[in-house]
Design a binder for this molecule. Structure first.
Ligand code: SAM
Ligand code: SF4
Ligand code: SF4
Length: 378
């Protein structure tokens, strides 16, 4: 049978790199001013996809009928090496990045990921401050890896868990992985000192919306922060429909039927999650011991205006938006021997030209080719 190649990269060629800014013209150089895009958004947040592979087959992300035995993943030589990733991360740090999230695919599948974490944990901002270094995982391998991740310098972690009922979760991950296995990973992360542990639940109508309250009950007062994510139209393979999205307002209303919740300030500018705290018995004041929940409303309340995030794909392309259809190939100049100044100047020029705001325009856009989240990094 011929090998099936699914054209998930709409552009097999990438965008041409703009002329690098001269070092003296990079705004966050000596003056310490932030590097901003065309909408005055600073570059502060870098997401790095370390593998396009995964041991789950969540239907909303890597449906089994597409990501099957014949699917062609990136060959190992195409992946950025740890040294290449670290070099780019250092340049991004010089340009203003303060937070790095490792993702994928399933980042814990990348061999020796602890080594990369140790390299990234050693990076410092120009002011000498360590980065906010974190990772998003499906939790399957976390029980074994949590301690090593912490020892390597990881500070906090986000674990995805879409249901508490085992049969529902197994249907969603489509890999027969149990809830108990993920809960074990979450416990191990907390025991290892990764803090806070955040739990991501992608809510889909008719699939797991009946799991909102069970998950909330489970994590209320546990020190872990449950976050509800609106199901997004990322990629081209999940068959997304608007009627499958459960708006955050609806999730909040569902929680409020059982719990008193009070709004909390956002953790920091550009933070995607809207925070609500569980209230004390008076129903008005936040009880920190009961914790909080978060809502990431990418579909119903676009937060493009504060989006300071850039994504580096597994093979070294830079994407300015989760919904971008083309990326900038940084691997080619990296492997052709470009010096730091040239690379940093190119990245700065790319960011300065950025105008992306897909979620704000979603309703008015016709279907365009999309990059899969497992490749670009969730
Ligand atoms: N494999 C890891 C995991 O599942 O946590 C990391 C990669 S995954 C692409 C990152 C996050 O994106 C997960 O929390 C996942 O649930 C979320 N995600 C994937 N597809 C999504 C979609 N279509 N809409 C909203 N969130 C999505
Ligand atoms: Fe894998 Fe994460 Fe995508 Fe699920 S959401 S298929 S665990 S990459
Ligand atoms: Fe950022 Fe693009 Fe998402 Fe808007 S749609 S918040 S620009 S990643």
């Amino acid at each position: 049978m011929p090998e099936r190649i699914i054209p998930i990269f709409p552009d097999s060629s990438s965008r041409t790199l703009p002329a690098p800014l001269a070092p003296g013209r990079i705004p966050c150089g000596a003056l310490g001013l932030p590097l901003t895009d065309t909408r005055q958004r600073p570059l502060t947040d870098l997401r790095i996809s370390v593998t396009d592979r995964c041991n789950f087959r969540c239907r909303y992300c890597m449906p089994r009928e597409v990501f099957d035995g014949r699917y062609r993943y990136l060959p190992h030589a195409d992946l950025l090496s740890f040294e290449e990733i670290t070099r780019l991360a250092r340049l991004f740090t010089q340009l203003g990045v303060r937070k790095i999230r490792l993702t994928g695919g399933e980042p814990l599948l990348r061999k020796d990921i602890e080594t990369l974490i140790a390299q990234l944990a050693a990076l410092r901002t120009p002011a000498g401050v360590p980065l906010d270094l974190t990772l998003t995982t499906n939790g399957a391998l976390l029980a074994h890896k949590a301690q090593a991740l912490r020892e390597a310098g990881l500070r906090r972690i986000t674990v995805s868990l879409d249901a508490l009922e085992d049969a529902v979760f197994r249907r969603i991950n489509d890999a027969d992985f149990s809830v108990a296995g993920v809960l074990k990973g979450i416990d191990a992360a907390q025991a290892a000192g990764l803090s806070p542990v955040k739990i991501n639940m992608v809510v889909q109508r008719g699939v797991n919306d009946h799991q909102i309250l069970p998950l909330a009950r489970r994590f209320r007062g546990s020190g872990r922060i449950l976050r509800f994510i609106e199901y997004m139209d990322v990629g081209a393979t999940n068959g997304w429909r608007m009627d499958q999205v459960v708006p955050s307002r609806e999730v909040l209303a569902c929680l409020q039927e059982e719990f008193a919740l009070v709004p909390l300030a956002r953790a920091m500018p550009g933070e995607t999650a809207e925070r609500w705290g569980y209230a004390r018995a008076d129903g008005h004041r936040h009880d920190p011991a009961l914790g909080e929940v978060g809502f990431i409303s990418s579909v119903t309340q676009a937060f493009c205006g504060a989006c300071n995030r850039v994504r580096l794909s597994t093979d070294g392309r830079l994407y300015l938006c989760l919904f971008a259809d083309t990326g900038y190939d940084l691997r080619a100049p990296l492997r052709a021997g470009a010096d730091d100044e040239t690379l940093a100047g190119a990245i700065a020029a790319i960011w300065q030209g950025r105008a992306d705001r897909y979620s704000e325009l979603r309703a008015s856009l016709s279907a365009a080719p999309r990059i899969e989240m497992s490749y670009i990094g969730g």
